[in-house]
Design a protein. Structure first.
Length: 231
């Protein structure tokens, strides 16, 4: 399957005092998706936002809302996020005992389904749900906070998942420590959807930041990522 590089701007690094305007700004700057990190202070050691915030910022862009649920349990809240305007919802394989049920529920609510893996989680957790997914998200930091350092050992996992995906129409997404220097590494390993927070928002020139990350990743993806980097 031919895929282009997707840049998902993580609003965890935006100015929360003007969140709607920040969403509009990264839309105009060229972000493909708006990535929204939902944290509950239970599954991860931080609290961010909920469905009401997602609903409040929905009018500021027509770009897809890529909602990453770092919460447990997740199933009771899926309908709320659908009603708030989420286009894609990713749940963690580690967040509950019935991953297939969660994926089916996301799809039944009209959203695209994704599964995320923390750095310690093995890619085998995807095996029996892979054909029901629109995306797989590999965490390249431990979830909970923005601005953390990239964990290079996750490159092996990205390569393994790219091989698992094969020709399926599934985005392989990465989240954590993605900036100009790390974007080529994950793209060459096989990732085509890159979540970036500080890499997009730092310095204020969102268009230049997005363009630089996209360019660096696209060159590396063309050099090896499309084939899964079988080294």
């Amino acid at each position: 399957m031919t895929q282009d590089i997707v840049i998902a701007a993580s609003i965890l690094s935006a100015d929360f005092a003007k969140l709607g305007e920040e969403v509009r700004a990264v839309d105009r700057a060229g972000a493909d998706w708006i990535h929204i990190d939902i944290m509950d202070g239970h599954f991860v050691p931080n609290i961010t936002m909920g469905p009401n915030i997602v609903k409040a910022i929905r009018p500021y862009t027509q770009k897809p809302f890529d909602v990453h649920l770092m919460i447990a349990p997740c199933d009771p809240y899926l309908e709320d996020f659908a009603e708030a305007g989420a286009d894609m919802v990713t749940v963690h394989a580690e967040a509950g005992p019935h991953l297939d049920r969660s994926v089916q529920l996301i799809r039944s609510l009209g959203m695209k389904a994704g599964v995320a893996l923390t750095p310690s989680a093995h890619e085998s957790a995807l095996e029996y749900v892979l054909d029901k997914l629109h995306r797989v998200l590999v965490m390249t930091v431990n979830p909970g906070f923005g601005g953390q350092s990239f964990i290079p050992e996750q490159l092996h996992k990205i390569r393994a998942i790219r091989r698992m995906i094969g020709d399926r129409p599934i985005h392989l997404e990465v989240d954590g420590g993605i900036h100009l220097q790390t974007a080529p590494l994950v793209a060459q390993a096989g990732a085509n959807a890159l979540v970036s927070g500080s890499g997009v928002f730092d310095g204020g020139d969102y268009a230049a930041n997005i363009g630089a990350i996209r360019s660096a990743a696209a060159s590396a993806f063309d050099c090896g990522g499309r084939q899964g980097n079988r080294r």
